[in-house]
Design a binder for this molecule. Sequence first.
Ligand code: 13P
Ligand code: SF4
Length: 321
Amino acid sequence: DEQKQQHKARIKQLLQEKNAVLVAHYYTDPEIQALAEETGGCVADSLEMARFGARQENADMIIVAGVRFMGETAKILTPEKTVVMPTLEATCSLDVGCPIDEFSRFCDQHPDRKVVVYANTSTAVKARADWIVTSSCALEIIEHLDSEGEKIIWGPDKHLGSYIQNQTGADMIMWNGACIVHDEFKTKALKDMKALHPDAAVLVHPESPAEIVELADAVGSTSQLIKAAQTMDNKKFIVATDRGIFYKMQQLCPEKEFFEAPTAGEGATCKSCAHCPWMAMNGLKAIEEALIDPQGKEVFVDMELRQGALRSLNRMLDFTA
Ligand code: 13P
Ligand code: SF4
């Protein structure tokens, strides 16, 4: 604990020295989220992280505590800044499961369709897309495209894609990707838990399988689930998403009770149960090291790909402005 305090103190000093700002996702560990808040940075969902980074006109450096695509998005939006991550190894199963060559061939087979990709992808995949979406705005954007009569290629998250297809009735063909964290929530165990807490509302991130979404009282992105926890009258909530989100829910609703939705296994038997192993790489020590020496932790994107990715990212940012 004393060691953590030392890391925190050094990080605070280094952030000032380097004129850097810390941006963290709701799935990072509580101490990282707290540090981002204490130092004038931000804790946010993936859409707001992108917006926040783009607004930091006076900062020279952005530290992105999250996963690789979030760092790349920050670099795409502010290429003149130094963007660093506690570790560049922090990837995402959706990004890994959607390599550009295969995805591009898939798109080439359906030239009559608009390509809509989730933000959890590489810069190259973003550049191949017509639109980027995050879970906060995916529904609205697909509704908009559907209303214009567009047919859609959706990638990479099949669960989020199916959820949106069910909600909108849009004509979508889908890439077969999934989030290893949300894929672990178990239907029968969740039903049992609901029976045990009949007064609890079930909050579900739409990266979860359809049978889990069906049991939800509210479905949405991380920021939308936090809103739901605040605005719903229930005193208890069962939450099917990364447990990192409990930090903000508990902070905003200290009088309410939050339970993790059940997963396949516990601890060592399940590396991705309710906590993303890549989000977990964003520790205090790694942040301090990245500030001291950004080498090997700095995010770079190919400048040609950046142009394409920026175009589709800006479409999302303009649409949701
Ligand atoms: P949101 O914060 O946009 O809901 O995204 C969740 C996510 O997949 C981050 O890994
Ligand atoms: Fe990717 Fe899932 Fe981890 Fe989010 S929680 S970064 S979607 S693997």
